[in-house]
Design a protein around this ligand. Structure first.
Ligand SMILES: [Fe+2]
Ligand SMILES: [Fe+2]
Length: 471
């Protein structure tokens, strides 16, 4: 059954009331989550009223409610997309068989691992962003930050539900550990490297939501294909919320580009730092950094784990069902990038081991769309600079390019050349300091910081000068 119990202690559409043991266990985890939120969630405006979207259902329309709420009172719930009773497995060795409603014993540890790794990123990003509200460029933006934060919190709930419901004692321990690892903690860090770096400023936040949250979108989309139906349905619903996080990043960077252009025209110069803006070449360096770090999250080009996950039906490709091949890939091959004899080239491998690369390519395609939009805006205002994605080998720590230095244009360089040119490719300390110097909180409704243009419209039909956060 999947009717919504919205008034329960933990709002849900998974009939928690019908499973008292599970309900009790999750109700015991709930205060630990709240304590974590109070300790490591947003460090300011903790008890202000924020105009937030809350998931209340999973239907096609009306799945969310908008209202002012104090964040610790946010109704974090467990929602799975509607079950399709006829769903079959779309790929791998078990293709065509009914999707699993329980965890097969032989895949228990792999599934658990996939869920833990995904789950760990959700609270990690909240921790990374916890100080940003102090320097929000507007109340509109502060609200968006908090919206992303509470939904990442709900995504943690989504994974914790699966761990509690399907993985017994191990799963309950995993759920507790989600709140014990902390971003940047030297003794007990978050699982993935990129989630241990602080998000130091709002330009980084917009870049993070554009590039790094988008990695999350692709991971969720490939888990949505999973033969384990509850995981698939969970991810399906998370992707609805995730779409807004992508919007925050895409529109955020777009508004910075717009403001940069305005200042360039107004002062008739490319160097607008003295006028409280961010130069286009610095935006390019931020793109170089965030894109390359996010590429690493997909893992090495070839991976037997990825092949095993696919073969077993645990993790598919992006939009698996829309692809016109046999969805088994037993004999299929493809090219992956490699570096051989000091030259960037390609080598042929089986598609099964190259699934990380396949997902990364889909991600890159998606990233390009934003750049095209920003470049159209630049061209429309008569500026011929183009923002670009750097070469996939640039600044990589994982996979074929780790151990090599590659320029943004895709040229292998030696350590000397790298050291000489890195300041023109990645933000320097001085440039980061400039961005930091622009970060002053603006808390008057409708007002906007100097370095970013106002959004095209408000949230949920509210005006731009609405009190998105009541201060
Ligand atoms: Fe998330
Ligand atoms: Fe997200």
């Amino acid at each position: 059954m999947s009717s919504v119990d919205i008034d329960a202690k933990i709002p849900n559409n998974v009939d928690l009331a019908g499973d008292r043991r599970l309900q009790r266990a999750l109700e015991q985890w709930q205060p630990k989550f709240i304590r974590w939120w109070e300790d490591l969630g947003p460090s300011a405006f903790k008890r202000n009223q924020v105009y937030l979207r809350t998931a209340i259902n999973v239907g096609r329309d009306g799945w969310a409610n908008f209202d002012h709420v104090e964040m610790p009172d946010y109704r974090w719930g467990v929602f799975l997309a509607e079950q399709d009773p006829d769903r079959t497995i779309a790929f791998g060795e078990h293709k065509g068989l009914p999707a699993w409603q329980e965890v097969p014993g032989e895949y228990r540890s792999e599934l658990r691992r996939l869920i833990v790794v995904q789950g760990d990123t959700e609270p990690a990003s909240v921790e990374q962003q916890r100080h940003l509200s102090l320097t929000a460029p507007s109340l509109y933006d502060m609200r968006n930050l908090f919206q992303v934060n509470v939904e990442e919190g709900r995504h943690l709930w989504a994974m914790v539900y699966l761990l509690h419901r399907y993985f017994g004692r191990d799963g309950r321990d995993d759920a507790d550990e989600m709140l014990e690892r902390h971003s940047g903690d030297p003794d007990n860090p978050r699982i993935l490297g990129a989630f241990n770096e602080e998000t130091p400023d709002w330009l980084s936040f917009f870049m993070f939501t554009y590039f790094t949250d988008r990695d999350g979108k692709y991971q969720l989309a490939s888990l949505r294909e999973s033969a384990f139906d509850p995981l698939s349905r969970t991810c399906d619903f998370m992707l609805k919320e995730e779409a807004y996080h992508m919007f925050v990043g895409a529109s955020g960077v777009g508004r910075v580009v717009q403001r940069t252009v305005e200042l360039m025209h107004q002062h008739d110069t490319d160097d607008i730092h003295q006028y409280g803006g961010i130069n286009l070449d610095l935006l390019q360096k931020y793109i170089n950094f965030h894109y390359s770090v996010s590429l690493d999250l997909f893992g090495a080009e070839t991976s037997t784990n990825a092949a095993n996950y696919f073969g077993a039906g645990l993790k598919g490709r992006y939009q698996e069902e829309g692809r016109d091949d046999d969805h088994v890939l037993a004999n299929a091959t493809r090219l992956v990038p490699s570096v051989e004899d000091g030259v960037i080239s390609q080598r042929e491998v089986s598609q099964l081991v190259a699934l990380n690369e396949t997902l990364r390519e889909d991600y890159t395609q998606d990233c390009r769309k934003g750049l095209e939009r920003w470049n159209r805006a630049l061209a429309a205002s008569g500026i011929d600079t183009k923002l670009e994605l750097p070469h996939i080998g640039f600044n990589r720590q994982v996979g074929a390019f780790s151990g090599y230095e590659v320029s943004p244009r895709g040229r292998l360089v030696d350590d000397d050349q790298w050291a000489k040119q890195v300041d023109s490719w990645l933000p320097t300390d001085g440039e980061r300091a400039h961005v930091t110097s622009l970060m002053r909180g603006v808390t008057e409704p409708g007002k906007m910081a100097s370095w970013v243009a106002p959004p095209a419209q408000g949230i949920h039909q509210q005006p731009l000068d609405y009190d998105y956060v009541r201060t």
